[in-house]
Design a protein around this ligand. Sequence first.
Ligand code: BES
Ligand code: MN
Ligand code: ZN
Length: 500
Amino acid sequence: MKITASPSNETDIKADVIILPLVEDLRPEEYADLDKRIGGLITKVIAAKEFAGKQNQFTLLHVQNLKSERLLLAGLGKRAELTPELLRRAGGGAFSYVNKLGVHNVAISVRSLYHSPRNARNKGAERFQRILYFMEGGLLGNYRFEKYRKVSNGAGLKSITVLDNTPAQSFKRLNTVISAVYLARDLVNTPSNDLTPVDMSNQARAASGNKVKVTVLDEKKIKRESMGAYLSVAQGSVNPPRFIVMEYRGGKGDPLVLIGKAVTFDSGGISIKPADGMEKMKYDMAGGAAVIAVMKAVSEMALPLNIIGIVPAAENLPGGAAFKPGDVVTAINNKTIEIISTDAEGRLTLADAIGYARKYCKPSAIIDIATLTGACSIALGNAAIAMMGNSSGLMDELRSAAEETYERVWQMPLYDEYKEYLKSDVADMKNAGGRVGSLVAAGYFLKEFAGETPWVHLDIAGTAWHDKESGYIPKGSSGIGVRLIIDFLERRATGLSRGK
Ligand code: BES
Ligand code: MN
Ligand code: ZN
């Protein structure tokens, strides 16, 4: 997307549509000059109660005396109630409105955004922060997955002109973040026949650029590393696993390791899932997609940090070679695991990835992100990520990033009592307890592998996929985790004070 800033005004800009965000408690002087120019049309629609500036209210005006022919009034709601998230949603609504008009070139008037109060959290932020929130929502909502369609659904926006002198640098950041989210969404929406573990490793390479060193372990090497838990998940599929390691060195000190679950298709294996809705299990690699996308963004932003992304990709299928309930497997750290359900496969892949990171990467901290349990969406719906971990500091950092990005996290406990749930009669532990506490049991399982390393687990099973479009989150893959982790890393890079 071409985004430019132009300090010109609504009169002189030539666009297909000018978006004019307006608050509900508007003061006439905020739009009087423009209104006069277009023959008092704004006053008229307000007087006629066709437009009141309410959130999610839009009115399209055909105007004269401007170089552009159409003006879209976009309601923001009450000035004092405006938050970053409401700005994103308003942006999402406005962009989807203009998208349906089939136009290519849009301008955004930002006059009203300047008159809105700052969010308390962003006191120090530059004044155009609000424009960026609006644009962020707009661009996030503008996503379409059309790889498999012969006829495209929309004409597609090509350029956005912001009527302001916003610095190009902040658009650059925005574009980087948005294209990372788009990449994650594309990967997740792509069906598993076109996104096998090998495809995923190729995507990781393609996304990386020259600042990220990508190493891919094939089955032989995975076997040599004794990652028996991870390997057992993959063994039922003709599509071999790929253990993807992406290394970015931009700073000093021990690296932060990001691990993303990447089960390219989760049939459940021999403990097979019900057929109904199984097609959605192509999204079981959303954590891995987020990690690949974050690594791409990190290198484009040249963050002064050391970060390693690990994506243990595998496909979980039943078959003659598949692992079976009752099998005992040995992870990289020599712990033995009794398989109770082959459908509790994600934790097996992550256990070895965490073990690998601790053995080879000297991690200062580990964050894993995974569509790990159905119980996660039972507990939190699609409104929050379930967060568990052994480091309250790390969780606090993620909570701050979550508030900022609205990719919200909700902490779940990891009480020692849960250890009981995973006791095996034959091995060091088993991979699944019963239905009771299955969200936290999964977290507890991983905790046993994280040991002393500061670690946080993010379960995105409820948030990674949306059955319905909502605001700027499209139907299908949401790309969750990408903005959250980028924001978290930027905070680390700048010592919490982040200038966008
Ligand atoms: N990938 C699933 C979790 C999942 C379910 C993600 C629905 C998104 C939507 C995971 O591998 C799984 O099957 N978990 C089981 C674990 C159980 C067997 C202990 C679950 O949650 O049912
Ligand atoms: Mn499963
Ligand atoms: Zn799974």
